[in-house]
Design a protein around this ligand. Structure first.
Ligand SMILES: C[S@@+](CC[C@H](N)C(=O)[O-])C[C@H]1O[C@@H](n2cnc3c(N)ncnc32)[C@H](O)[C@@H]1O
Length: 458
């Protein structure tokens, strides 16, 4: 089977659209250059200055290339005699992604890619090569990409070793899928009204204006997930969605919302959120009525946490500090550690993490995670609950971490998490009562996470 353009995707601007394509090239370059490059590029004023239609197309194009990067590179490598400079490779990725997945007519994808190459001094000398490779792929399409093409080989090998080949391929297949947006509600009783307000009729939903021959825009839909998150299929700026300004909800993946729901907090209990920013879990804890201390070492990320608290009208004590060295001796009834990690479980929204991750980083992060667990254990009251989680698919940051912690601290024991608790998918519960959430564990997907709950002996 060969690769054909997908149906039911918004049509790419067939002519013009150069600013959108330039922005997409910049986003991809930034995302592949350094960790956090994608977030920074998406927040740049230049992108915000584009017309809404161009901005939406730039994001769609950049995210499509990043989600399909492994597949695109395998196809391009098979047609190139030697690796071209990185900019030229990204120009080819952009052209091919439009042909294969965005419904851009082939002639328009080729000509706009050549126009884009003309704007770059490192692209201009390679126009003949770009033209030849893209036209060659139109004439003689490549075979359909397989799930194993989507992940870096070393990560796929790790996932196969940890979970088995079948689940590893199921994980990899999720990389290409555009995720819906999940919302966590400040007050669960508002769910029915919000679901109604977030669901629209056909024609109201698409931010990218349809081309005359484009498929009809898809209506936006909102559904309630187990655990209480609302899943919204809708594009566009979330700040314009119903309930945002009123602080009725915040964006948080369905998996990321589970850990904070696993405490049994009573009003007035003290909770330390040890790696808190930008604050999705802090907001959940504060909404439960607990007295929350939100600590993080990043001033910039804590600013976002402060803005989230202000918008939702929730309260927390905010502390800028390094968690291990923090001098405050207060003990807490409950502690959440959402530890810094390789973040390989977040590839549905941050596909660049797969290409930024390095094996050595996993070992460095695992060492920090151990220190954070020990620092948290010292600060927990006897009888208190400690929840440890990471948005990583890597065993060293999850199961191995929890096992080593229990060996170091025999005064802590696992409190098993049961299927359905806090929205825990049944497929994610593993033998010790920990959660190993894989991205395909619910329909439509969720982030990969490891979650363990411990109790300190009285
Ligand atoms: C996975 S993120 C936390 C996400 C957050 N819990 C949420 O739900 O929005 C990890 C956080 O740990 C912080 N961090 C990393 N190392 C730290 C340290 N040694 N002490 C305190 N915070 C740290 C990072 O700045 C980052 O904000």
């Amino acid at each position: 089977m060969t690769v054909k353009p997908t149906e039911n995707t918004p049509s790419a601007p067939a002519v013009g659209g150069l600013p959108a394509r330039e922005a997409a090239l910049d986003i991809i370059t930034a995302a592949l250059e350094k960790r956090s490059g994608l977030d920074e590029a998406l927040a740049r004023p230049g992108l915000g200055a584009l017309a809404p239609r161009d901005r939406a197309f730039a994001r769609l194009l950049a995210m499509t290339v990043l989600r399909q990067l492994g597949a695109l590179d395998k196809i391009l490598d098979s047609r190139l005699r030697k690796p071209p400079p990185e900019t030229v490779k990204t120009l080819l990725r952009l052209g091919l992604a439009q042909i294969l997945w965005l419904g851009t007519p082939a002639f328009a994808a080729v000509s706009t890619t050549l126009a884009l190459a003309e704007t770059r001094k490192d692209g201009r000398p390679f126009k003949a090569l770009i033209n030849g490779v893209l036209r060659g792929l139109v004439r003689d399409p490549a075979p359909e990409p397989r799930p194993e093409d989507l992940a870096p080989d070393w990560l796929l090998a790790r996932w196969s070793a940890t979970y088995g080949r079948g689940p590893a391929l199921q994980i990899a297949a999720m990389i290409a899928q555009e995720p819906a947006t999940d919302l966590t509600l400040r007050d669960a009783s508002t769910a029915p009204d919000l679901i109604a307000a977030l669901s629209t009729e056909p024609g109201e939903a698409s931010e990218i204006e349809a081309e005359p021959d484009a498929p009809a825009p898809v209506p936006s839909t909102a559904t309630l997930l187990d655990g209480g998150s609302i899943r919204v299929h809708r594009r566009g700026d979330v700040a314009e969605w119903p309930g945002f300004v009123q602080g009725q909800w915040w964006v948080q993946d369905a998996a990321a919302a589970i850990p904070a729901r696993l405490f049994d907090l009573k009003p007035g209990d003290t909770v330390l959120d040890l790696c808190a920013a930008p604050g999705g879990k802090t907001l959940q804890l504060a909404a439960s009525g607990a007295k929350v201390t939100a600590l993080d070492r990043s001033e910039a990320r804590l600013k976002r946490l402060g803005a989230n608290l202000a918008r939702t009208g929730l309260n927390a004590e905010v502390v800028t500090a390094e968690a291990v060295a923090w001098g405050d001796e207060r003990p807490f009834d409950a502690i959440l550690i959402d530890a810094p990690c390789s973040a390989t479980g977040t590839f549905r929204r941050q596909p660049d993490v797969l290409w930024a991750a390095r094996p050595a980083d996993i070992a460095t992060l695992a060492a920090l995670q151990s220190k954070l667990l020990d620092a948290a254990a010292r600060r927990l009251k006897p009888g208190g609950t400690l929840i440890y989680c990471v948005c990583s698919l890597e065993h060293e940051e999850g199961e191995a971490q929890a096992r080593a912690f229990l060996r170091r601290r025999p005064d802590f024991a696992t409190v098993p998490i049961t299927a359905g608790e806090g929205g825990a998918p049944a497929a994610s519960v593993i033998d010790r009562g920990w959660l190993r959430i894989l991205p395909h564990h619910i329909e439509g997907g969720l982030d990969g996470f490891f979650i363990a709950r411990f109790r300190r002996a009285d």
